[in-house]
Design a protein around this ligand. Structure first.
Ligand code: GRG
Length: 313
């Protein structure tokens, strides 16, 4: 870990323009993904066409950017975070493909294009999602081995990524979400559901960034505490956008929560209430960042917090 107390390390960004940051780091992740994903000309070409179609369909690359920004904030190099950042996006896209299936949210549009099962066969979309869920673990293990990363650190990355999916993670959150359709759930149940469904991968993104930066493994959970309110703010903003935005801006159907009779922060608190809560939770995230040691450069992380609540898509 560079930038230890007294190190005075700063990421190479003088003036934080978060849009440029997301574009620049997103492009780094995309070119990394392009080199590690099998080509569509592979023997199983149709499968990898579906994989690449879903990965390179746009998307904010928020989770990879958070992973990289977390790594850089704690003194790590961008490159050190790339395998975990790519793994997070692969898992995220796997969940989007499965989420859009007819047996789940039955959505025809994702990232402004026909969803994977609409562009390919439903069976191929299931397989592309399966592949995208497993490959990240091979990727992180292989990248760690070739970069000579200590195995305890690679193992911890694998654990954080796996837990984001399976233990208090995305799959449990989605099961609760489906179960909650067409019935009222309490505000606390809504929070718990989204801490799993959306928050878990955002938490993993921050933690993986710190692990890649070389932060002592015992400090990772404590130092990455800013990801908890950040994940909550991300979901509240997602619920707000589902009401106030439009299909061409979001690249997915709007009003979907209402159509699927889902409880959301907007249905629970009203639009203004949800906006107020997002602003309060962003303050909580800034407070967690205030509590970090002085040698942590929190500027990009702060800009990401503000981006999450102000974003238009
Ligand atoms: C296969 C991992 C896996 C899970 C299966 C289907 C399912 C269980 C879970 C669905 C999880 C899900 C889709 C949660 C929604 C999270 C969310 C807020 C997505 C929108 O993220 P953005 O705004 O989208 O970052 P882009 O397209 O910009 O990446």
């Amino acid at each position: 870990m560079r930038g230890a107390p007294g190190g005075g390390h700063c990421p190479p960004i003088a003036l934080i323009d978060i849009t440029t940051y997301l574009e620049e780091r997103g492009a780094r992740v995309d070119s990394y993904l392009d080199t590690v994903l099998p080509a569509a000309s592979h023997a199983h070409g149709r499968l990898y066409e579906a994989v690449r179609y879903s990965i390179f369909a746009g998307g904010k690359r928020f989770r990879p950017a958070l992973c990289i920004a977390s790594c850089e904030a704690f003194g790590g190099l961008t490159e050190a975070a790339l395998p975990a950042a790519a793994a997070l996006e692969l898992i995220h896209v796997s969940s989007l493909i499965h989420d859009d299936l007819p047996c789940m949210d039955d959505s025809d549009l994702r990232r402004g294009r026909p969803s994977c099962h609409r562009a390919f066969a439903e069976s191929l979309a299931v397989l592309a999602g399966d592949w995208l869920l497993c490959f990240p673990f091979a990727l992180v293990a292989e990248a760690g081995e070739s970069a000579g990363v200590e195995s305890a650190r690679t193992l911890r990355l694998v654990r954080e990524l796996a837990e984001a999916v399976c233990r208090a993670g995305i799959v449990e959150g989605q099961a609760e979400d489906l179960d909650a359709e067409a019935r009222h759930i309490s505000f606390e149940a809504l929070r718990a559901l989204h801490a799993r469904k959306t928050g878990s991968l955002i938490r993993a993104a921050a933690r993986c960034g710190l692990i890649a930066a070389g932060v002592p493994l015992d400090d990772v959970v404590r130092f990455a505490a800013y990801a908890e309110p950040l994940g909550l703010a991300f979901q509240i903003a997602d619920d707000i956008l589902d009401v106030v935005s439009d299909e061409s801006t979001l690249g997915k159907p709007v009003g979907a929560d209402d159509a699927n009779q889902k409880s959301t922060y907007v249905s629970c608190l009203g639009l203004e209430g949800a906006q107020e809560m997002a602003a309060r939770v962003a303050v909580d995230a800034h407070r967690e960042l205030d509590a970090l040691p002085d040698w942590v450069d929190t500027r990009v992380l702060r800009a990401l917090v503000d981006f999450v609540v102000d974003r238009r898509s």
